[in-house]
Design a protein around this ligand. Structure first.
Ligand code: ZN
Ligand code: ZN
Length: 125
C-alpha cells in the first residue's frame, strides 16, 4: 500500500527514514536521530482520522501504547488475601488475583503470591 502525503509526518524530515516510536513522547529516526514530538503526530491523527492503531498495523510498529495500557491494567488488578499456606516458607496467607486470558475458552488464571518470601505460582481454573 502506498503512503499518501498525509502520512509524511511518520517519516523523518531530515532523511526520509520511517520514524520509530520508541516512547510515548517521541518518534525517532534511527538513521539520523531526528526526533518528532508524539503530540504533533497525535494532532495529525485526529486531523486525518487515522488512529494510532491503524498506523501501527500498517507500519508494523511495536504497539507501545497497547503495552502501556496493559501495564496500567496490571496495576489495577485487585489483590485479595487467601488462607493458603505458602509452599516455600509456610506463611499462612497468600495474596491472589485473577486474570482473564485473551480467549474466553481458556478461562481464568489465578495467581498466588506470598507477601513474605515473594514466591509466585499460578493455577488455571
Ligand atoms: Zn533521519
Ligand atoms: Zn512464602
Amino acid at each position: 500500500m502506498a503512503y499518501s502525503r498525509e502520512q509524511d509526518f511518520l517519516f523523518c524530515s531530515m532523511c526520509g527514514t520511517l520514524l520509530s516510536f520508541n516512547s510515548v513522547e517521541f518518534a525517532e529516526c534511527r538513521s539520523c536521530g531526528f526526533k518528532r514530538n508524539a503530540r504533533e503526530i497525535e494532532g495529525k491523527e485526529i486531523r486525518y482520522t487515522i488512529t494510532a492503531e491503524d498506523i501501527r498495523r500498517e507500519l508494523k510498529l511495536e504497539p507501545f501504547v497497547i503495552l502501556e495500557s496493559a501495564q496500567i491494567e496490571e496495576e489495577k488488578v485487585r489483590r485479595a488475601v487467601v488462607n493458603e499456606t505458602c509452599p516455600q516458607c509456610n506463611n499462612p496467607q497468600l495474596e491472589y488475583y485473577t486474570k482473564q486470558l485473551r480467549s474466553a475458552d481458556e478461562g481464568q488464571t489465578v495467581f498466588y503470591e506470598c507477601p513474605k518470601c515473594g514466591y509466585k505460582y499460578s493455577q488455571n481454573t
